[in-house]
Design a protein around this ligand. Structure first.
Ligand SMILES: Cc1noc(C)c1CN(C)Cc1cc2n(n1)CCN(c1cc(N)ncn1)C2
Length: 408
């Protein structure tokens, strides 16, 4: 390409690029000598209604301007408290309202699945155990998606299935109108027994939502266009309330800096590769450990070599098949476990105290928080790992999805 036209092309692109970054009023006055402006047709996409507001809002922040109130209101953010369902931090529930008038639920936010499902008036009474139930006929905004159904099974063998409605879903002040609400017409025993949990909010990628024949979007994907930033964060705590935030990063919630690492979402999960591990103050062991960030799994499930390295440093630890895995003496102080993230040497350290999940149910031994990922087919960074970190689930603020990890 001859030099002149290359320069013109560069000049032609520059104002358009600057215009895209700045509020329109500034961009149109920005055409100077040797520059030209390109009128772009504004593509109106009803699904992306929030994109313009988000770009305008971010342009204000980028140039140190205070966004007008109306603009702040137009870019949504949400924040909801999440609480362990028991003293072993087996899962974390958060309050969710569905329908008009609002029907309240406590749902397990699960970054390892992508269905929002609830116990319902369709769930047989012998499969209920005090859970709140969704009754679509009592919601003026509920509409059944006719011909649609769902069926899901989880890594631990539990499962549920049912019919599908669209309704209004509100989490932490964020409202998703027309969200797919999957009403359970059956649930497996382990859900029946879990009286504290009324269902799940799937926060993995919508590509693995199970509604058929028309796959539905997760709550996060439904509200994403209106968010100030296409992210949510998980700040889980040990035996204490934590927080899920949507649309923003709370800089007061973590220490140091956030280290980002690319996400492989080809399987629908928040997949990433850890750079290795460290037991206590031993040397860091470089080892690519590919797995998923999964708030719906209680444990940290890693390869056998990692698990053996950890428990070989614990006196009287044993792989007790009657307990279902590695156990430790309950009065033992356990070594910390660290795993590497990103390519700058950053590590997340799980204190030894969080590596003990309490009585194993056999003898006076306690169940280890780190267990073998063995035959699962992937490693799983579940709650034992996630509660030691502030985790950013970023679906694309920089283009491709990424996970951010910070200590706290
Ligand atoms: C197990 C379990 N996890 O939290 C709780 C609560 C339990 C046990 N509880 C009695 C019942 C139960 C079983 C499951 N859940 N709840 C949550 C979803 N499950 C997942 C999600 C996911 N991403 N990966 C694997 N299973 C299985």
């Amino acid at each position: 390409m001859p030099a002149l036209s290359k320069a013109l092309l560069a000049a032609a692109v520059a104002p358009a690029a600057i215009g895209a970054a700045l509020p329109r009023s500034v961009a149109s006055g920005n055409v100077g000598p040797g520059m030209s402006s390109i009128k772009t047709a504004r593509k109106v996409d009803s699904n992306a209604a929030g994109h313009g507001a988000r770009a305008f809002y971010n342009a204000h922040l980028k140039f140190g301007a205070t966004p007008p109130d109306a603009l702040v209101a137009a870019v949504a953010k949400g924040s909801v408290v999440t609480t362990p369902i028991n003293s072993e931090d087996e899962a974390y529930d958060a309050p969710v309202s569905i329908g008009t008038p609002a029907q309240p639920f406590n749902l397990d936010f699960d970054t390892g699945s992508s269905d929002l499902w609830v116990f319902s008036s369709l769930t047989p009474s012998n499969e209920r155990n005090g859970q709140n139930i969704y009754t679509a006929s009592r919601s003026s905004t509920a509409k059944q998606l006719s011909g649609e159904s769902w069926k899901i099974s989880y890594g631990d063998g539990s499962s549920s299935s049912g019919l599908v409605y669209s309704d209004v879903v509100t989490i932490g002040g964020l409202t998703a109108a027309g969200q797919a609400v999957e009403a359970a017409s059956r649930v497996s025993q382990s859900f029946t027994s879990e009286s504290a949990t009324d269902g799940l909010v799937g926060l993995a990628f919508s590509s693995i939502n199970t509604v058929s024949p028309d796959q539905q979007t997760t709550f996060f994907d439904t509200v994403k266009p209106s968010l100030a930033s296409p992210v949510f964060t998980a700040d889980l705590k040990h035996q204490a309330p934590g927080t899920y935030n949507f649309g923003f990063i709370d800089k007061s919630a973590f220490t140091g800096s956030i280290t980002y690492t690319p996400v492989d979402n080809s399987q629908g999960f928040w997949g990433f590769t850890s750079t290795g591990f460290q037991v206590g103050n031993n040397d860091f062991q470089q080892e690519s450990i590919t797995g998923i960030a999964d708030t719906g799994t209680t444990l940290l499930l890693l390869p056998d070599d990692v698990v053996n390295a950890y428990y070989s440093s614990v006196n009287n630890a044993q792989n007790d098949q009657s307990a279902g895995g590695f156990t430790v003496p309950c009065d033992t102080s356990l070594p910390d476990f660290s795993f590497g993230v990103g390519n700058n040497g950053a590590m997340i350290t799980i204190p030894g105290s969080l590596m003990n999940l309490g009585p194993s149910g056999s003898g006076n031994s306690c169940f280890g928080g780190l267990q073998s990922s063995g035959t699962i087919g992937t490693n799983i960074f579940g709650d034992v790992a996630l509660k030691a970190a502030f985790v950013v689930f970023d679906s694309g603020s920089q283009g491709q999805p990424q996970l951010g990890w910070a200590s706290k």
